[in-house]
Design a protein. Structure first.
Length: 392
């Protein structure tokens, strides 16, 4: 299985068949598992063997299939599935950190990730230093001997800053810090995070892995030691387990993940090129454009440039709202990675909680919109967006 290519892993890795030999993965919609004897129950509580389950909060065969499939794809030894992407981010950080520990994090983060680092970890005595993730000197200055972990989104939401994973990992490993990467925007298809030195990779499966707007889910990928000895004890007792039904949706989503993400990224590139230099736009932000400040880093560390672009409307909030309201195919919503193209105005939605000064420092202006490119016909999308821009 280790020499299978991506598409083969996405269809087959982790599959477990019952005695019925079903083709499609079974949904084991059960909370508990029966033991033949009291002695067998005792033995399993002492140490569960492979494919021995106790309770669905700890593990479940359908969930296990999803964990094995994503671990095979990402190239990590193991994975633990969670109820949402945020349960994965929180689980990876909170299971590892203790009062007195020091963490360095990039400042440009998804709002809920920022909340965990800024509001929750600090409440329990963890010291967090924020840096501009694209400035390696700031990482070098912020880490110190004993820094426990560094955290960043390899491509940030929503401004698409690309962080040099190998360089930051080098700085972190020099002081013994663990590298925890939120890799949602890079996608599991384009990710090479493991070979770049990431130790723990976190995904919101809600995004590209489902990819069809149905279920929440998340996953923590890493070494057996981290996943089973650090993350699992925390997660199984605090209740962030993925439902078997949602795991099944994610498994079926993975079968088409490579095809979908590549098609969406191709359309994102075509849209970025078509819109670059448009009179109504102050900026088109897409790592695939040569003018993107981290274009070279993105090209070196990913096998594609992602499915999301950001557009900065010259006319500010009013122009952005007129643009959104004039779109016919692209829908206004705040998910991403979906088959449907989705657009959002971060300053008034996903990043509303931040102060204007914080938004300013993250480059989230009043004219900025985030466009997640779906699976519609590329020409139709370009036509919809360019026509709606006339209204802006
Ligand atoms: C959506 C998202 C999350 C959170 O995932 P949920 O499944 O919504 O909990 C975390 N990080 C990034 C970068 C995201 O885009």
């Amino acid at each position: 299985m280790t020499d299978w290519k991506t598409r083969t892993k996405l269809v087959h890795a982790g599959t477990r068949r019952s005695q019925y030999g079903e083709v499609a993965e079974a949904i084991y919609l059960t909370q508990g598992f029966v033991y033949d004897t009291a002695e067998a129950a005792e033995a399993r509580f002492i140490e569960a063997g492979p494919d021995e389950y106790i309770y669905a909060r700890y593990g479940n065969p359908t969930v296990r299939m999803f964990e094995d499939r994503i671990a095979a794809l990402e190239g990590t030894e193991d994975a633990f599935a969670t109820a949402s992407g945020m349960a994965a981010v929180n689980g990876a950080l909170t299971s590892l950190l203790r009062a007195g520990d020091h963490v360095v994090s990039a400042r440009a983060l998804f709002g809920s990730c920022l909340y965990i680092l800024e509001e929750i970890l600090t409440r329990y005595g963890v010291e967090v230093t924020f840096v501009d993730g694209t400035d390696l000197d700031q990482w070098r200055a912020a880490v110190r001997p004993g820094t426990k972990a560094v955290f960043f989104e390899s491509m940030s939401n929503p401004t698409l800053e690309v962080i040099d994973v190998a360089a930051v990992a080098g700085i972190a490993h020099a002081v013994g810090a663990l590298v925890i990467v939120d890799n949602v925007f890079a996608t599991p298809v384009f990710s090479r995070a493991v070979e770049l030195g990431a130790d723990v990779i976190v995904y919101s499966a809600t995004k590209h892995i489902d990819g069809q707007g149905r279920c929440l889910g998340g996953v923590i990928c890493g070494t057996k030691q981290f996943v089973r000895k650090v993350a699992e004890p925390y997660l199984k007792h605090t209740g962030g387990a993925l439902s078997p039904f949602n795991a099944w949706v994610m498994l079926k989503g993975m079968e088409t993940l490579d095809l979908r993400v590549r098609a969406q990224a191709d359309s994102a590139m075509a849209l970025a090129e078509a819109l670059d230099g448009h009179a109504k736009l102050a900026r088109v932000i897409y790592p695939g454009l040569a003018a993107h400040p981290q274009h070279a880093t993105a090209a070196a560390q990913m096998d594609g440039f992602g499915t999301v672009l950001a557009l900065d409307l010259a006319g500010g909030r009013e122009a952005a709202f007129r643009f959104l309201n004039a779109l016919e195919i692209v829908t206004i919503s705040n998910n991403l990675g979906d088959a449907k193209s989705i657009i959002t105005h971060p300053a008034t939605t996903t990043h509303q909680r931040l102060s204007p000064a914080q938004r300013e420092s993250l480059g989230i202006g009043e004219g900025l919109v985030r466009l997640s490119v779906g699976l519609e016909d590329t020409g139709d999308l370009i036509a919809d967006v360019t026509r709606a821009l006339e209204s802006a």
